[in-house]
Design a protein around this ligand. Structure first.
Ligand code: FE2
Length: 278
């Protein structure tokens, strides 16, 4: 058995949410990451964007455009070194850094493909439009690069199970060609994305080949913090070929509706994605 964790919407920034300020929240994130590894090691920690509010169109607006402050940079120096396994970061809609700047800050590309056991994780750049903006904005969605997906799948013919990962898959902006890809490519098992700050398993329907979109929750704020507490999504690969998923919520203390709220570690929104051999 082995497993991979997917986290998103970690949002180290100047905002105060659920009774916890950002530095404190990042300390709790590091502790939770380490505790989870001690409980049961994981092989990869893949992050699907929104480490910051460096670019933001609302409220106090993005601090990178305001004052040149990069919380993504702070996240990379303060948090990433504590992750106890290989990790990778793709950008969210709040990290509209151009390719060179993104690589300079994170050491990562804005997209990549990672082979793992008999699986392939294709990490996409779906907010890749209008990068390096000089005006405040919330990012420009760019539909999934189907040619890139096909190219990566062709480069990894032995990968039995392919997972498409992005900060978001916004089906309003994806075309028929993307739906056809999901219908026709049996190796694509599921999609993983953050952005909504919720944990959920969303069936994309028959026009998408019945594929599931697995939401990766948040470690910042949620419009439904009672049901999607801080956490990350696990993909679990059993030795008999079974692949399953769950959203894991580490033990946490937050404030909800002005009341302290404690929760023990939990798992929710679980599903079997690939049945094991008998
Ligand atoms: Fe977010």
């Amino acid at each position: 058995m082995s497993r991979v964790l997917f986290a998103s919407d970690l949002h180290h920034c100047h905002m105060f949410w659920h009774g916890v300020e950002s530095d404190d929240r990042m300390e709790r994130l590091v502790k939770a990451i380490k505790d989870e590894y001690e409980r049961e090691p994981y092989d990869l920690f893949l992050m699907l964007g929104d480490y910051s509010l460096d670019f933001w169109a609302w409220s106090t607006k993005g601090c990178y455009v305001n004052e040149g402050k990069s919380y993504t940079e702070a996240f990379v120096s303060k948090i990433v070194p504590h992750i106890p396994c290989p990790s990778y970061m793709i950008a969210g809609n709040h990290e509209q850094y151009g390719h060179d700047k993104w690589k300079e800050i994170t050491g990562c590309e804005r997209r990549t493909a990672i082979a793992y056991r008999d699986a392939l994780f294709i990490l996409l750049d779906n907010y890749g439009g209008d990068l390096d903006p000089t005006e405040h904005s919330d990012g420009t969605y760019t539909p999934t690069d189907i040619a890139y997906v096909k190219e990566q799948m062709a480069t990894h013919p032995d990968a039995k199970h392919v997972f498409l990962c992005a900060h978001e898959f916004d089906m309003r902006f994806e075309g028929e060609d993307f739906k056809a890809l999901l219908r026709e490519e049996d190796r694509i098992v599921a999609l993983l994305a953050g952005h909504t700050h919720l944990s959920a398993i969303v069936p994309l329907g028959e026009e998408c080949g019945g594929k599931l979109l697995l939401r990766t929750g948040q470690f910042s704020y949620s419009g439904n913090i009672k049901e999607s507490r801080w956490g990350w999504r696990e993909l679990r690969f059993d030795d008999d070929g079974k692949v399953s998923t769950a959203y894991i919520t580490p033990s946490s203390d937050v404030v909800i509706d002005n009341e302290p709220s404690h929760a023990e570690r939990g798992e929710q929104d679980a599903a079997v994605l690939v049945e094991g051999r008998e």
